[in-house]
Design a binder for this molecule. Structure first.
Ligand SMILES: [Zn+2]
Ligand SMILES: [Zn+2]
Length: 390
């Protein structure tokens, strides 16, 4: 079959690889009908996530048709149309019982790696390095889905691929980030980053009742989409206006009640600290550029909530711990517990209460995945989400 493989830093190619097989009674094989490139895939593409190996199959956002099932999977049938959560969860362990599915204790066969780096193991994920199990990803014709009796969500034929594909990751991720903010109509919500997750965080905040939503980015077409499609009320282009001061101006000097950070380890900024962060990351003295988290902590109102959705891998410095502590901020974060949100979001989509399809700007053949990665990284042609089909 054809699969999109990581071949080294900024090198992705579509290769011929063996088709996946059922290895466990709880497995399914899914024929991928639609998949997409995630902003967090760019961290792999740009070589910032450790433990990638040449030939690893990429992709953690996909949907498709069940074509084979292990003996223990009785809730699915061959032919079912399913969306698969990027986080692999067993459904049985203590963390899964607590609905902390992205902390599943059974799904990461290389859990010793995150244990060393992070103190404890994380769950397994599709196509996202050997820190998360080295599972083959979904930017391919077929995928093996472990714990298929628990993870995949059956989706009705009345909904289009564009309406449901993003249930695999970015919609529940964004929704969780908005839910963290304990939204009510009086609260000012700010979203850092107007990429696909940021856009859907705005849409989620709107769906949860937020009336004032400020979006921060540096790319004009992304800010425009945030207002025209996602429902933002105000925007700040931090290259044109000083971020901190502008946030204060917009919020009677207090700062937003909650800030959702949808940027991650490759944040851009202005000023000297950005150059220091970038150099440290290049020299591998730091895995992450924590600029957006710093700005979110410093920008948030006292007693407010900082909701971190951006992906980070390791340790950072110049972390404003004093501001966090003295001003009584709450940080909420995590890889999304996708399964927790599936039924609720599917219902909201069916009832027209949320619609993620507006972020899908491009469609390509799987063979053009390398072009898609390059285009997404360069933010060409007003790109947000690229749907790949084989
Ligand atoms: Zn993703
Ligand atoms: Zn589990």
């Amino acid at each position: 079959m054809r699969a999109t493989c990581w071949m080294g830093k900024k090198k992705v190619s579509v290769e011929q690889v063996p088709e996946p097989q059922i290895l466990n009674a709880r497995d399914a094989i899914v024929r991928v009908t639609a998949t997409t490139i995630c902003g967090s895939d760019l961290h792999l593409y740009n070589g910032f996530m450790p433990t990638m190996q040449k030939g690893d199959i990429l992709g953690h956002e996909f949907m498709g048709e069940v074509v084979a099932l292990g003996k223990a999977v009785t809730n699915l049938k061959v032919g079912d149309r399913v969306v698969v959560p990027f986080a692999i969860a067993c459904g049985n362990c203590e963390s899964c019982q607590l609905e902390n599915y992205s902390c599943c204790e059974n799904s990461n066969p290389t859990g010793w790696m995150p244990e060393k780096l992070m103190g404890h193991a994380t769950c397994g994920c599709f196509g996202y390095s050997h820190l998360t199990g080295g599972f083959a990803g979904g930017q391919a014709e077929y995928v093996r889905v472990p714990f298929a009796d628990f993870g995949p969500l059956k989706v009705p034929s009345t909904l289009t691929d564009k309406q449901v594909l993003f249930l695999s990751d970015i919609l529940p991720t964004a929704f969780m980030g908005a839910e963290f903010c304990e939204i009510n109509p009086k609260k000012v919500i700010c979203v850092f980053g107007a990429g696909p997750v940021g856009q859907l965080a705005v849409a989620s905040a709107r769906a949860l009742g937020a009336e004032k939503i400020i979006v921060v980015d540096r790319v004009p077409y992304r800010l425009k989409m945030a207002v025209e499609k996602a429902g933002a009320t105000d925007v700040i282009n931090y290259e044109d206006h000083p971020l901190h001061e502008t946030l204060l101006d917009m919020t009677a000097g207090r700062g937003p009640d909650a800030i959702i950070e949808a940027v991650g380890m490759e944040a851009h900024s202005t000023g000297a600290q950005y150059i220091v962060d970038k150099t440290k990351q290049k020299l591998k003295l730091s895995m992450d550029r924590p600029i957006a988290v710093r700005d979110a902590i410093l920008g948030c109102r006292s007693g407010g909530i900082v909701s971190i959705l951006g992906v980070y891998a390791g340790f950072v410095d110049k972390f404003p711990l004093g501001s966090l502590m003295n001003r009584g901020l709450t940080i909420k974060t995590g890889q999304c517990h996708v399964h927790r949100y599936h039924e609720k979001l599917l219902r909201m989509i069916e009832e027209g209460k949320i619609d993620a399809s507006f972020v899908a700007t491009h469609e390509m053949n799987l063979d053009d995945a390398p072009k898609g990665y390059d285009m997404f990284m360069r933010k060409q042609d007003d790109v947000q989400k690229i749907i790949l089909r084989s």
